[in-house]
Write a new protein. Sequence first.
Length: 76
Amino acid sequence: MIHSVLLLDDDLVMVQFRNSDRGFGLQVLNEEGQLVTEFIGIPSLFDHAHGGLAYRVIQPEMDESGDYSNPFLSVY
């Protein structure tokens, strides 16, 4: 099931999907619709893509006092 389509660069599109057998994954296609990458398994979906990079916001686990530290960006 396709979850999102993100413009990775001027001529590349990243398609993210959820597959019940393989978990989350992505593929990159060029502007002609040709596959640039095969299935790439990922731990979670990316939130944004720009300039050839994909970004995901990571929220750290709660600490012993019940507080959350600031989230950070994971860049791929």
